[in-house]
Design a protein. Structure first.
Length: 185
């Protein structure tokens, strides 16, 4: 085995075998892009923990969904912007002992705005949209997994299911996405 190959293998072993630092960090930011019902979505958040972010945290986030409603024969654009506030707890049985992979489950509330066809009630073929859009509220449940690349940076995969109590389009929406999470301190 060549000297260079041995150095690469040793480096990989050190990266993946040595446990992540257990220093207490209590703030992080994250950004994701993903898929939502018939469209694309983005989610950015700030997380804060009273203890250590690797065990539990509160999250304040902003979700934006740009979707195409397909429950009718018409092509109707729907835009959703919501603020979320939730609590996440680590799932020990889905996380590694060394802290390299951490999985969390969370619940929270949602408050935002739903815009149907950009607020225009007329469709190109002359049909009228009777739904107005407007303020929406509800709750969410989420599961997200961090794969730590360094002590502070992790790859984030997330599935979130939203339930909008008063939505004109559909009460139930989801987002599945990938992104990055950075632990501040």
């Amino acid at each position: 085995m060549s000297y260079t190959l041995r150095k690469i293998l040793l480096g990989l072993i050190l990266i993946f075998y040595i446990p992540i630092s257990h220093g207490q960090s209590n703030k992080s930011v994250s950004a994701l892009a993903g898929y939502t019902d018939n469209g694309i979505s983005t989610f950015v958040s700030f997380s804060y923990s009273l203890d250590d972010i690797k065990y539990n945290f509160f999250e304040l986030g902003m979700y934006s969904g740009y979707l195409n409603e397909q429950q009718t024969n018409y092509d109707i654009d729907v835009t959703i912007h919501t603020a979320t506030l939730g609590y996440f707890k680590r799932l020990e049985f889905l996380s590694t002992h060394n802290g390299l992979i951490l999985t969390f489950a969370g619940l929270g509330g949602v408050l935002g705005n739903e815009s149907i066809n950009g607020g225009n009630s007329d469709l190109p073929n002359g049909a009228l949209i009777t739904s107005k859009g407007g303020s929406i509220y509800g709750g969410f449940a989420a599961i997200h997994t961090n794969l730590y690349l360094t002590n502070r940076l992790s790859l984030l995969g997330r599935y979130t299911h939203f339930y909008h109590v008063n939505s004109e389009i559909g009460k139930s929406k989801f987002m599945i996405g990938l992104g990055l999470r950075y632990v501040l301190y």
